[in-house]
Design a protein around this ligand. Structure first.
Ligand SMILES: *Cc1c(COP(=O)(O)O)cnc(C)c1O
Length: 424
């Protein structure tokens, strides 16, 4: 399903040898496939377009937080993709990558006044409002700028779902959105303001969702609320269907297909006559990226335990430490021999810096290259310089070509960002 395959016994990214890439760029490094990004977008677009009367003019607003690299965004922009953003920085990235403002949605629980003003001045498609105080602040800011803000209300459907408690967003106790009854009041309150134009409703109930039932429940609730608002004479023209459909991380649960997802959505929205927006993040990016790392050493304990110590660490790929996430690990040039169980760890001084335990792999030696698959989403975007490890670089591959799209900072560059206080 992706474009990271063995060619003559060695893993490649499309037509580019990972061994050659590692020699030129060094490790650790993230590598993204243009062909996979394109394929994922196209599969979803075609699944939606298979229901032209309901979803034909729907917007795919890629969740920028999954992978915000400018070249990744530009690749998606060229395909016609929009953006779901959660900060001024992400709006700036989307605009810089060529995503038109009228395809950019601004979401998030805590938008500052400055960010709201920036979004209004940039002319984004819509701002998804999550609370009463935010609605009132936005009305005041829009009035100050002399503009009318197109908004959607994010409903918390009290249906949480997702692959891990930390990525469930639609549960009753989660911080996101407003309960259904309050959403109706908020919509009416927005309609009464001369500086707000409520255009629709939205929801996002979680990430890595593998079962369509909770999504169907949430979308059904949005439909009911739309009908109620219309009965009250309030127009509703857009519905924002967040809720990150899961992706097949190998070893994880089987996921619903984009076709099943589109069919379910088309069924729920049939005849409602709204413009739908979808906000996939990992669905587009996760399996379009790998993290390439080198084995520093193989440590064998007296009890037989074997540790594979990599030059990649939790600061480069946080998901296993943060969400107990599973990433498949593969050698770039698999050696002959019986599989061996390895604990796969990084050099950071935390026990949490463990990517996997007891993973069966072909025999591996110091200096070998390995990849983490499914690392294109929430990989580089969550990386840090913890332990003063320079920020992990990123490479985009397209057929035979490749480009460093975020360079590894030198130690001098890393230290140059800081200054010593003048009294020291
Ligand atoms: C995180 C998020 C997404 C994307 O979630 P994925 O699981 O990556 O698809 C979409 N919409 C909102 C509002 C989000 O917070």
């Amino acid at each position: 399903m992706d474009h990271f395959d063995l060619v003559d016994g060695e893993l490649h990214a499309e037509q580019v040898s990972l061994t050659a890439l590692a020699a030129e760029v060094g490790t650790p490094v993230y590598i993204y496939s243009t062909a996979t990004l394109t394929r994922h977008y196209t599969v979803l677009r075609e699944a939606l377009d298979a229901h032209p009367s309901v979803l034909g003019d729907s917007l795919i607003a890629y969740a920028v937080k999954a992978n915000s690299n400018l070249s990744v965004l530009a690749t998606l922009a060229r395909l016609g993709c929009g953006a779901d953003t959660v900060s001024e920085g992400e709006i700036r990235r989307a605009l810089k990558a060529g995503i038109p403002a009228d395809r950019i949605i601004f979401s998030g629980v805590g938008k500052t006044d400055a960010e709201l003003a920036f979004a209004l001045q940039a002319g984004v498609r819509q701002i998804n409002v999550e609370s009463v105080p935010e609605l009132d602040r936005l009305a005041a800011i829009a009035a100050g700028l002399g503009v009318v803000a197109d908004i959607a209300i994010r409903v918390n459907p009290k249906i949480g779902a997702g692959g891990h408690a930390k990525i469930t967003t639609g549960g009753e106790g989660d911080k996101f959105g407003v309960p259904a009854d309050e959403a109706l009041d908020l919509y009416a309150r927005a309609a009464a303001s001369p500086h707000l134009n409520p255009v629709g409703l939205g929801c996002h109930i979680g990430s890595q969702i593998t079962d369509l039932t909770p999504l169907e429940g949430a979308f059904g609730l949005l439909r009911k609320l739309t009908e109620t608002l219309r009965q009250q004479g309030l127009p509703v023209t857009r519905i924002d269907l967040g809720g990150g459909l899961g992706v097949p991380y190998v070893g994880g649960a089987v996921t619903a297909s984009p076709a099943d997802y589109a069919a379910m959505t088309a069924r729920v929205l049939d005849g409602l006559d709204v413009e739908a927006a979808f906000e996939p993040g990992r669905l587009l990016a996760a399996n379009a990226g790998i993290l390439l790392a080198r084995v520093i050493q193989v440590t064998e304990r007296a009890d037989g335990r074997r540790f594979l110590v990599l030059d990649a660490a939790m600061n480069d790929l946080l998901r296993p430490a943060m969400y107990d996430a599973f990433h498949e690990v593969k050698p770039v040039a698999p050696r002959e021999g019986e599989p061996v169980a390895y604990d796969i760890v990084g050099p950071v001084c935390e026990t949490g810096d463990t990517f996997a335990r007891g993973r069966l792999l072909p025999p591996i030696q110091a200096g070998d290259l390995v990849v983490f698959t499914g690392a294109g989403a929430y990989g580089a975007t969550m990386s840090s310089e913890y332990n003063s490890r320079p920020l992990v670089p990123e490479v985009l591959v397209d057929g035979e070509r490749w480009a460093v799209v975020r360079a590894r900072p030198s130690y001098d560059e890393m230290l140059a960002r800081e200054t010593t206080a003048d009294w020291l």
